[in-house]
Design a protein around this ligand. Structure first.
Ligand code: AP5
Ligand code: MG
Length: 191
């Protein structure tokens, strides 16, 4: 199984690259952000809890996110692997994910960190706001999302560096160039 996680700050291109990777390697795409937005759109109990938090640009609780993840891993048994996008986002989430995958006998093969300078991230998200109208793509909330990333999420990188699973991807290039680098990495680690 090819289980990998796409990591990086808001706007780095995780979702963009995830679509291409799952198609090429036939993986199940697990984006916690997309899952939460769907709960909100469907106006479920979970969605009602999540809406204010996501719209402020804050992270949801680990318990909340792990519940979402557990469901989707459990419902996909016969697959080539999982591509996690936007998860894990705290060290606690990373520890829980590792335990879940160990239990299935299919550990994570790498955390691919897409690296992009701050100004470019902001430019991309403000541009996306005009097209997609995501509620958290405005100056104030973007600032908060970066704060959350820098205080809670960056530590996940170190956690996987210690396990020798951290892989850096230069993200300030065209989408095709970034994808080519990712494929180069995946070809090396997939077997
Ligand atoms: P989430 O949905 O994961 O958002 P995010 O991490 O802020 O990242 P984005 O989705 O904004 O960016 P991306 O890296 O996917 O980039 P994209 O490909 O879209 O999370 C949202 C919220 O949900 C969180 O704030 C939190 O509240 C909650 N949440 C989610 N997961 C959680 C968790 N695990 N724990 C707790 N809370 C959680 O690209 C961005 C734009 O740039 C696009 O318009 C794209 O077309 C463009 N672009 C992409 N690549 C390039 C390129 N190479 N060149 C030029 N433009 C590009
Ligand atoms: Mg995304």
């Amino acid at each position: 199984m090819l289980n990998i996680a796409l990591f990086g700050p808001p706007g780095a291109g995780k979702g963009t690259q995830a679509k291409r990777i799952v198609e090429k390697y036939n993986l199940v795409h697990i984006s916690t952000g997309d899952m939460i937005r769907k709960e909100i759109a469907d106006d479920t109990e979970l969605g009602k809890i999540a809406a204010d938090i996501i719209n402020r640009g804050e992270l949801l609780s680990d318990d909340f996110v792990v519940r979402l993840i557990e469901n989707s891993i459990a419902t996909h048994k016969e697959v080539n692997g999982f591509l996690f996008d936007g998860f894990p986002r705290t060290v606690t989430q990373a520890e829980i994910l590792d335990k879940m995958l160990e239990k299935e006998g299919t550990p994570l093969k790498g955390l691919l960190c897409i690296d992009v300078p701050f100004a470019e991230l902001k430019r991309r998200m403000l541009e996306r706001a005009k097209i997609e109208g995501r509620a958290d793509d405005n100056e104030e909330v973007i600032e908060n999302r970066f704060k959350e990333y820098n205080s809670k999420t960056v530590h996940v990188a170190n956690y996987y560096k210690k396990k020798d699973l951290y892989i850096d991807i230069e993200g300030d290039r065209t989408m095709d160039e970034v994808f080519d680098s990712i494929v180069e990495v995946l070809e090396k680690i997939k077997d």
